[in-house]
Design a protein around this ligand. Sequence first.
Ligand code: SAH
Length: 339
Amino acid sequence: MDLDLLSQTLTDMGQPAYRARQVWDWTAKGVASYEQMTNLPHQLRETLSEQVPFSTLTVENEARASDGTIKLLMRTADGRPLEAVLMRYRDGRRSLCLSSQSGCPLTCAFCATGQMRFGRNLTASEILDQALHFRRITEVDHCVFMGMGEPLMNLDNVLAASRRLPDIGITHRRTAVSTVGWIPGIDRLTEDPMPLRLALSLHAADPALRSQLMPVNDRYPLADVLAACERFYARKRRMIFVEYVMLDGINDSVGQARELAQILDPRIYKVNLIPYNPTDVGMRGSTSRAIEAFRAELERLGLGATVRLTRGRDIAAACGQLAAGALSADAAVAVGIGS
Ligand code: SAH
């Protein structure tokens, strides 16, 4: 729901100031329509239904995996595609993966979103509406900004949305912002009072290889990024997750594990090895043997390392995959070969 439009509409109608809060409280609890907001006057509920769309987003495609993962392809009112994912784990955790941008201006070589054209930053309401959609299906308790886009390039809106996530059931401590290493954003997160978690997409300790995989490394070199992460840790005292996508024959040797262990302080960083979800960029994921050897070497050198559980494999849940598919479908329609 467009919360700015909501308050403007309520003000224009001469409604008391507490109405916006009432509407938000119901929405955050997961009701499915204005009609269910029983402490609002009936007439007001009808007017809101007509003037303030209940969501800023529409669902274009929903994929349900056998493990309970739900991945949505959604569109903004102006037609921009984005993705959002609900992951359900056996221990009961319900975790959301949210997008901060439609498309992404960065061009990481292995990432499907990086191959699409950048659309625009999402508004705070568009970010919240992803979470609210899932809240209407189930209770939720964790959130990661690991969907489409670079959250630290849209930090005002990511922070505005994060401020409201506790109302939906997701505390700040259970909210993680993942970045390629956008230093000005890391510095702002360090200053922000919310105790959000930081995750860093690292992917290669060697500078030349990292620049090849992530061109942003030329702008913000890894050494400077790690210095910013260490300032974050000094202030927040919260460990930083390092994400490392395992690419067959590219960054997955035991020697590369040693290089990684050399640059990361085990008191500050924990490594999360990510099995690669193949896209059509021509890279292969590492074998599970290579992943295990890499993890064991990090542990041997004293650095905590886990392998990320894969969720939703059967529904193309990798970053940007659904939206990239939808865009090529659009293109097919545009040239008259689609259905
Ligand atoms: N821009 C932010 C957040 C979005 S991507 C960032 O880069 O951190 C979230 C994570 O998914 C990143 O670590 C990214 O490298 C990883 N990722 C992208 N494509 C992937 C794929 N095909 N398989 C597995 N992980 C992928």
